[in-house]
Write a protein that binds this ligand. Structure first.
Ligand SMILES: O=C(O)CCC(=O)C(=O)O
Ligand SMILES: [Fe+2]
Length: 225
C-alpha cells in the first residue's frame, strides 16, 4: 500500500512537472528576448538586460542587507556553498514588481515560486557542483513533498560584473556562463518528460577577484508554502 501511494504521488508530480516544463518552454520559445542556449541535454535560456543597471544596484543593496553565511539546504550540508545568502523580503513592493516580471516571463503561476533568494560571493567563495532539484534520498524529501514538491525551473539573475571567476558551470555539459550584469539565466532542472535531469548539475565557481551578486527564484511542481 505504501509503495503504491508513493508511486502514484511521484507520477502525478511528474505530470505536473511535465506541464510546467511545457508551459515555460512554449512561453520562452515565443519570446524574442529569450535566447535558447544551444546545448544538448538541457533546456536553458538567457535574457540579456532583464534588469536595468539601477535595478541591479538596488538589488545589490537588498542582498547586502539579508546575506548571512549560506547553508546548502536548511543546514543539512554546509559543504557545498560558501557564499552569503538570504531570502529577500517578499512583501517589498520593489521586489514584488521584479518578481512579477520574472513570473510573467516564465508564464508560471506565482504561487509555484519560492521566495527569491539573494547571494553574495567574495574571493574564494563558491557554490560547488549541485542540483537545485531534490533527490528522494535526501532527508528533507518527504517534508518538501508537502511544501510544493520537486523544483522545476530555476531563474537566476546576475546583478554585477565580476572581475575574475564566479562563472556558472554546468559540470556535465561543456557549458560555462560568465556573470553578465542584469542578465537572467533560466533552466529546467527536469527533462521534458518531467523526470529529474542529471545534466542540470551546476556550480558557481570560486570568485577570484571582485564580488559576485546573484538572485535566484526556484519554482516547484505545485504551489509552494
Ligand atoms: O552562483 C551561481 O552561479 C550559481 C548559483 C546557484 O547554483 C543557485 O543559486 O542555485
Ligand atoms: Fe543552483
Amino acid at each position: 500500500m505504501t509503495i503504491f501511494n508513493r508511486k502514484s504521488a511521484i507520477s502525478s508530480e511528474q505530470k505536473s512537472l511535465r506541464q510546467v516544463g511545457d508551459t515555460v518552454r512554449k512561453r520562452l520559445s515565443g519570446d524574442p528576448g529569450a535566447y535558447r542556449i544551444p546545448v544538448d541535454g538541457l533546456e536553458i535560456f538567457g535574457v540579456a538586460d532583464f534588469f536595468t543597471w539601477d535595478e541591479c544596484a538596488r538589488l545589490i543593496a537588498i542582498v547586502d542587507s539579508v546575506a548571512r553565511p549560506s547553508h546548502t539546504y536548511k543546514g543539512t550540508d554546509g559543504s557545498g556553498r560558501t557564499s552569503y545568502s538570504g531570502d529577500v523580503d517578499p512583501f517589498d513592493p520593489f521586489v514584488l514588481m521584479l518578481q512579477r516580471r520574472i513570473d510573467d516571463l516564465m508564464g508560471i503561476d506565482p504561487t509555484f515560486g519560492e521566495t527569491i533568494q539573494g547571494q553574495r560571493y567574495t574571493p574564494g567563495q563558491e557554490f560547488r557542483s549541485h542540483y537545485d532539484h531534490f533527490l528522494p534520498s535526501q532527508p528533507f524529501w518527504d517534508s518538501e513533498q508537502k511544501r510544493g514538491g520537486q523544483r522545476s525551473w530555476t531563474a537566476m539573475a546576475y546583478l554585477n560584473h565580476v572581475e575574475e571567476g564566479g562563472i556558472t558551470e554546468f559540470t556535465r555539459l561543456d557549458l560555462t556562463i560568465p556573470p553578465q550584469p542584469g542578465a537572467l539565466l533560466i533552466w529546467n532542472n527536469m527533462k521534458p518528460d518531467g523526470s529529474p535531469n542529471p545534466n542540470a548539475m551546476h556550480a558557481g565557481t570560486p570568485v577570484v577577484h571582485g564580488t559576485k551578486y546573484v538572485l535566484t527564484r526556484w519554482y516547484r511542481a505545485r504551489p509552494w508554502s
